[in-house]
Each structure stands twice: as C-alpha cells, then as structure tokens.
Ligand binder design. Structure first.
Ligand SMILES: *Cc1c(COP(=O)(O)O)cnc(C)c1O
Length: 439
C-alpha cells in the first residue's frame, strides 16, 4: 500500500530531501510529511485516503478553496486551446487590466513572470537600473524569494532550518543588501543617513508573514516611502503573499483605505493568489518606471513561460470570483479560528499571543507580540511541534512551522471550522505539556 512514509522514502531517493521546497519536509516539526493526491474546497486528501481541513491553502493561492469550479473550468478550457505559445495572448492584457483596476492609480503597467522569486528579483534589477544605484535595504525575517541578494535573514524557511543564510551565495552579492530590524524607525533613519545616496530600493513585505505574521506598526510603510523618496530611493512593496488575499487591493489597499495612510510604493510584486494556484507572478508600478524594462528600456527580463495561458486563465478566474463577499468570508473565518485557537491555548495555560494582519494570522508562544525577527525567534517555539502533530492526527493540516502564517479559504464553512474547533483542545494540551528539545 502507498503510505506517506513509503512515498517520502521513495521521494528521498530521487529528490533532495524528498521535497521540492524545504518547508514541506517537516524539518521543524519532525515526523513524516504528508503526500497529497487531491483537494476540494477546504479539504485536502493524502495518499492514505485521509482527509484534512487545510489551513495551508498552497501558502495562499487557494483563496476561493481548492478546485473552485470556475477556476478549474477556465484552466480546462484554456488547456484545450493549447498549453503555451511563446507569444502574446489577449488574456495577459486582461489580467493586467484586472490588477490595475484593483490598484488604481498606483499601478499603470504590469509585467507577468512565473514565480514570486522572479518578480522580486526583477523588481530589484529594475530599481537598480532606474536609479543607477546598487544597494538594497531589506528587513530581518522578511522573505522575498530565494535569489542570491535576498537570502540574508530571510525568515521561515531559513529560520526553520536554522541556517545563517545559504551556502552558494557570494559574499560580494549579499554585501549589496543592508539588513535592518523591522518596525524600527531609527534603524531606517540611520541606514538612509549613512547610505542614502547609494540605496536603489528598500524592499518590504506589505505585512510581514514569513516569520509568523508581524504586521507593520501603524504608519510604518508610509514612513518608509517618505524617507526613501526623500533620498531618491524606490520602495518595492512585496505583496506576493498579501496581495489579493488580505483584501481586493492587498495590504496596500487596507492601509490606504478609509482615510488611513496614504503612500505610493514605486513597485509592487505579486504571486500566489494572482496565479490562482498555477505558476504566475507579476511586478507593477508607474508606466514611467515599468518602461525601463526591455523591450521598452534597457533593463533585461524575459521568460519562456511568462504569461502562460493556463496560468493567466486561472488568475483571471480567481480575481473575478474574489469579490467583496469572499474577502468578508475570509476575514470572518480567520477571526473565528484565531480566537478559538487562542481560547484553547489559554484554557491550558499556554502563554501566547495572536499575531494577525487582515485575515492572515499565526501564534507566538510568548507574552508579548513580537514586532521584529529577533523577538519572533525568542518565543517558546518548541510548543508548536506537538500542537501541530495533534492537529494533524485530528484531521487538520497546519503549516509545518511556527514561523508561517495560517491560511483560510472562502470555502471554510461551518463544518470545516467545527472540525478545527474540535481538534483544538487536544492540541492545546499537547502544547502545554511540551518541553524544550534537548540540544
Ligand atoms: C512566497 C513569497 C515569495 C516567493 O514567491 P515564490 O513564488 O515562492 O518564488 C516572495 N515574497 C513573499 C512575500 C512571499 O511570501
């Protein structure tokens, strides 16, 4: 019989670590990773035929729920017309127009790529090309994909593996990246005071969600834009995770809605939801800036599968279906699960705080809410593995690391949420009984 264990053992013989992306290997929680065969709505099924309520949602893309009918139909229909042309299609423009409409007037032009990593890498090259400067500022614990210059204090995957960064990254490249603590206004002032004339861009997650969820302090993103622009530097708002998930216009939309902060990042990056579960990502900004990209301008970027018709079809169908009602359902489900989890932990006397940014949330086993990476790392992270495994045994699939956000979908109905609520007391007891691992 095919089991998760035999699947993992077989994978390990042919795939490094048995996985194609490190966090899937259960490194920080231990045990055997699940190998899945199908997913529908809020549920996902493994090779042993066990069904779980899914709170990973493909790390975000499954915003409507898995195998959402109009998305599946759009992909099926596109597939029947040919998988890839290596030439332009009308759908690419349609998707760009949908994104522009949601982020008006901040985005005038959009370039489609295949992964979030490619989007941020291109955004940085564009910022350097447009400013004629080299330095990049990033924040500790923020993840922007795995390109060389960004693997400095890059959050969950690396925190989970306890690696300082990555082997194979030239020191000369990382030297172009200045890493400062998140939510620290003085650190931002200092880095600009010292290096302002040489900084091409500062890159920041809309709200940090790759070290657990750590929202920006009120006004932080606006402050960043103001100080960067004063020094002739650009701001890249990385909404690969938050974009089209926390709201129709992502984190920027929440920040700038209803008379809150007003700020305009120079470039936005998107991924995850924008491709509806297929490999698609994007970067966008003003026409003047985006036109630095080839073939309009001198900054080179290209992709054989960029704007792939199936991925574009999935993206269009997803954004079309993700209306205001979907976002209010996500918000409500997230609030229910977050408060029930918190109550279950409190009932067992487990010290914790709920970290949330819109409908993204996670938990820190600490007495106060962390605002930066070193505070995130200081929590009692050892409580998560037993909590995670208790939930998994009870049929709830959580992110396999305490340093990841939890994701609901619009398909998480009463029945799915009840299954989560039923699993929580046992998991909270396991967290309460946890002791630090030796060594
Ligand atoms: C996931 C993520 C990326 C990288 O996207 P990939 O498609 O995995 O390459 C970049 N930035 C943020 C904020 C992300 O969450």
């Amino acid at each position: 019989m095919t089991t998760n264990l035999t699947s993992f053992e077989r994978a390990q013989a042919s795939i490094p670590g048995g996985v194609n992306s490190p966090v899937r290997a259960f490194g920080s929680v231990g045990g055997t990773p699940r190998f899945f065969v199908s997913a529908r709505g809020p549920y996902i099924t493994d090779v042993e035929g066990r069904e779980y309520v899914d709170l990973v949602a493909s790390w975000g893309p499954a915003v409507l729920g898995h195998a959402y009918p109009s998305v599946v139909e759009a992909v099926r229909s596109a597939a029947s017309r040919g998988l890839s042309f290596g030439a332009s299609t009308p759908g690419e423009t349609e998707l760009a127009e949908l994104v522009k409409a949601r982020l008006d007037p901040a985005i005038q032009k959009l370039r489609l790529v295949s992964t979030g990593t490619e989007a941020t890498m291109t955004a940085i090259r564009l910022a350097r090309g447009a400013t004629g400067r080299d330095l990049l500022v990033k924040f500790g614990g923020h993840y922007h994909g795995h390109s060389d210059g960004l693997l400095a204090e890059a959050g969950s995957g690396i925190a989970t593996l306890s690696l300082p960064g990555s082997a194979g990254v030239p020191a000369a490249i990382v030297a172009q990246t200045l890493v400062i603590p998140y939510n620290d206004l003085d650190a931002v002032r200092e880095v600009f005071a010292e290096h302002g004339e040489r900084i091409a861009a500062v890159i920041v997650e809309g709200a940090a969600a790759n070290m657990g969820v750590v929202p920006p302090l009120d006004g932080f993103n606006a402050f960043l834009c103001a100080i960067a622009h004063r020094h002739g530097s650009l701001v890249i708002l990385d909404e690969v995770l938050t974009g089209f998930r926390v709201g129709a216009a992502g984190w920027w939309g929440l920040d700038t809605a209803a008379g809150k902060d007003h700020y305009t990042p120079d470039l936005f990056t998107f991924g995850k939801v924008v491709g509806g579960g297929l490999p698609l990502a994007a970067l966008g900004g003003s026409a003047a800036l985006m036109d630095h990209l080839a073939p309009s301008g001198p900054v080179y970027q290209a992709g054989t599968l960029s704007g792939n018709p199936l991925a574009v079809a999935a993206g269009i169908a997803t954004l079309t279906a993700a209306d205001a009602e979907v976002y209010s359902r996500l918000d409500a489900s997230a609030a229910t699960v977050a408060s029930a989890t918190s109550a279950a932990l409190s009932a067992e006397g487990v010290e914790h705080v709920v970290q949330s940014a819109g409908n993204l949330f996670s938990f820190s086993f600490s007495g106060t809410a962390p605002v930066n990476y070193s505070q995130v790392k200081a929590q009692e992270a050892f409580r998560y593995a037993p909590f995670f495994h208790s939930m998994l045994e009870a049929g709830v699939s959580l992110p396999p690391s305490v340093f990841e956000a939890w994701f609901v979908t619009a398909a998480h109905d009463g029945a799915a949420i009840d299954r989560i609520l039923e699993a929580l007391p046992g998991a909270a007891r396991a967290a309460a009984a946890a002791t630090p691992r030796a060594g």
